[in-house]
Design a protein around this ligand. Structure first.
Ligand code: TYM
Length: 337
């Protein structure tokens, strides 16, 4: 029997903003797929603290949230011996390439970004410039590592398309092999987990109503309560239907966590009320997250080990990033040393 061995010639990369608490959406839309795919690729996973400061952060909280993000990656099963695991601000090339890409991004295209529109509408009169140029930094994150695949939730697709546009634009000026053009990977389930209180909006770390978001470190009781009080509708029949976004979201959560199809899940609830669907969904979520929480806390308890992993990751990431940055600088016509 031949065993297929990956050659690791393809690169997979992804990241999460260490702002507030990581949600079930971040886990299902991103981290879980990183874990599933990691063995097939050369992987880079990191916490984007430079992106986080596009909105005001409390310094102590940002520090804790960054460690927690890394601990969550590890607890979910990311292997630090196989993958490069790091913090964005440890690799200066991210900021350096971001400047270059800023000069090749257009106001019009940045203005069209949904995440910018959402976040700037909450910023009042003084919208930080970083919020506007955020996608150029994200493009730098991706392009520095000659990335082929970027596993993300559906909301990040637009940023990856923009990354491709910027890469192709620069390739047409400086040569086709300046940048590798990345593809998004959006999983068939879990790519758009909706807010429990407002199921037509995506679940978010910074939702106004905390009851709408399930955080990975919520206690089992909090999770049960949030699912129980999730908004459904005035009906009672469990069907998978766009007109029942709250019920659909709960079914989607079961699909993402169990691997069953939506119709299989629906079949379980014939003649049963929404309460049954809610109770089972909560149980499935708790049984997935409880063991994960224990591991996150264990990793957080050993800061020395986290620091060791991050130091190693920063070294490996910086090495690769410096090569790409040099290639770009040379092509642009910057004097080398
Ligand atoms: P962030 O921190 O908002 O989200 C992290 C990841 O979680 C996914 N996600 C969701 N998936 C399903 N349902 C949801 N409700 C949900 N909410 C969030 C996101 O799609 C993402 O995959 N700009 C990025 C971070 C970033 C990045 C990068 C990602 C910076 N540089 C380079 C990939 C590659 C962001 O704000 O993600």
């Amino acid at each position: 029997m031949t065993v297929e061995r990956p050659d690791h010639s393809q690169v997979m990369l992804s990241a999460i903003q260490p702002t507030n608490r990581i949600t079930l959406g971040n886990y299902l839309g991103a981290i879980r797929n990183w874990v599933k795919l990691q063995a097939q690729y050369q992987c880079y996973f990191f916490a984007v603290d430079l992106h986080a400061i596009t909105v005001r952060q409390d310094p102590k909280q940002l520090l804790e949230d960054t460690y927690t993000a890394i601990a969550t990656y590890l607890a979910s099963g990311i292997n630090p011996d196989e993958c490069v695991l790091f913090v964005q601000s440890h690799v200066a090339a991210h900021s350096q390439l971001a400047w270059v890409l800023n000069c090749f991004s257009y106001m019009g295209e940045l203005n069209r970004m949904t995440q910018y529109k959402d976040k700037s509408s909450k910023s009042g009169k003084n919208i930080p410039v970083g919020l506007f140029t955020y996608p150029a930094l994200m493009a730098a994150d991706i392009l520095l590592y000659d990335t082929n695949l970027v596993p993300v939730g559906a909301d990040q697709k637009q940023h990856i398309e923009l990354t491709r546009d910027i890469a192709l634009r620069m390739n047409s000026v400086y040569g086709d092999d300046t940048f590798v053009t990345p593809e998004p990977f959006i999983a068939p389930s879990g790519a758009r987990v909706m807010d429990l209180q407002n199921p037509t909006k995506k679940m978010s770390k910074s939702a106004e109503n905390e009851k709408g978001s399930l955080f990975l470190m919520d206690s089992p009781k909090q999770m049960q309560k949030k699912i129980k009080s999730s908004v459904t509708d005035s009906g009672s029949e469990v069907t998978y239907d766009d007109n029942k976004p709250g019920v659909k979201n709960l079914i989607d959560l079961q699909v993402a966590l169990t691997g069953r199809t939506a119709s299989e899940v629906v079949a379980d609830y014939q003649g049963k009320m929404y309460g049954h669907l809610k109770a089972d969904t909560a149980d499935i979520i708790v049984s997935e997250l409880e063991p994960l929480q224990k591991k996150v806390l264990q990793y957080l308890d050993d800061r020395g080990e986290l620091q060791r992993i991050l130091t190693k990751g920063a070294g490996a990431a910086a090495e690769k990033a410096a090569e790409t940055l040099k290639r770009v600088y040379d092509r642009i016509g910057f004097v080398g040393l």
